[in-house]
Design a protein around this ligand. Sequence first.
Ligand SMILES: Nc1nc2c(ncn2[C@@H]2O[C@H](COP(=O)(O)OP(=O)(O)OP(=O)(O)O)[C@@H](O)[C@H]2O)c(=O)[nH]1
Ligand SMILES: [Mg+2]
Length: 362
Amino acid sequence: MIIGIIGLPQSGKTTLFNALCGTHQETGGYTAKGEVHRGVVKVPDPRIDVLVEIYSPKKITHAEIEWMDVAGFTGDVSDRNKLDTEIPNAIRQADAIAHVVRAFEDANLPHVKGSIDPERDIRLIEEELIISDLVTVEKRLERLDKLLRVTPDDSMKREKAIIDRCYEQLSSNKPLRDLNLPPEDEKTIRCFQFLSIKPMLLVLNISEADMPKRAAILQDFSQHTKPNACAVEAVSAKVEMELAELGEEDRAIFMNELGVTQSALDRVIRSSYDLMGLISYLTGGEKEVHAWTIKRGMTAPKAAAVIHKDFETGFIKAEVIPYEKLAQVMSESEAKKHGWMRLEGKEYIVQDGDVIFFRFNL
Ligand SMILES: Nc1nc2c(ncn2[C@@H]2O[C@H](COP(=O)(O)OP(=O)(O)OP(=O)(O)O)[C@@H](O)[C@H]2O)c(=O)[nH]1
Ligand SMILES: [Mg+2]
């Protein structure tokens, strides 16, 4: 799963990327067009720590998400003939988008649009995503019209009906995300890698001085400004980057000085995970404790295939203990004695935090 970080120039994207990935990419120097930073981040999961206590494994593997950082969007769609395509194209492969919105004041760093105005910036970036998709849709419609004149087959007609809907939505300046297309329609147009259909997390980049007010800022923003179907988090990217560079002890002292108890980054990572409809199930043993990423709603054999595709074909049963039950007694055998281990079959929908042992036949 990949998340693309986007936003206006100098909004703090690379700073956030460094904080998330523990990297040292240059900040404040305008990421160049065509430059893409990539990094993999562990999804924080306190349940893993508990499983490690239970199993004392040799190896520990967290769920992971890949992040990408690209140059700033222009925020200018006034001339369709001069649209930038390179930067939007760089994030097409992402499964979701994190839009870094500048909310911090800094007199030494003028905002590229002249003032601090998160609502405007969100609209500008949304418009850029919409126009970029509109260009793709128009091209496809033109091609489909030609093809349909020659061979009017049913699948093409079906695609045309979906693309027509997309055209209508985008022409009304609305993102495809709000269309809530049924999964089979979404699958038909997946190959176009539309941008405005991707789940979006808005990351408000707030001033260091506002950190203690973070919760109030978030609430106010969610009530008044947040567009539909987006998630929102607030961080001070600069502070988070500085925190990420510190050792554990110094970090605790610095956080105490700032009046914060938990790194806001953990929440950004968790929110992005939820936003993409992802959950984790866990496997435990002496060899390894492992959090596996799956889409919410997956059946047990599909979830098993994430470990190895043979587990899906050879699937027999899943032995499932819900995490809370296991944590209650801190022992697999005790959990079994309580009758908390269930045997589930092929139709079982795996739940977040299920601790699973797959039985399979190879
Ligand atoms: N005061 C303050 N400055 C910040 C914060 N986050 C980023 N900055 C500063 O903003 C400037 C731009 O940060 P970058 O992370 O390079 O911004 P960017 O969005 O990657 O910029 P481009 O790559 O040009 O699009 C740097 O000087 C950062 O130190 C913040 O939370 N507070
Ligand atoms: Mg940058």
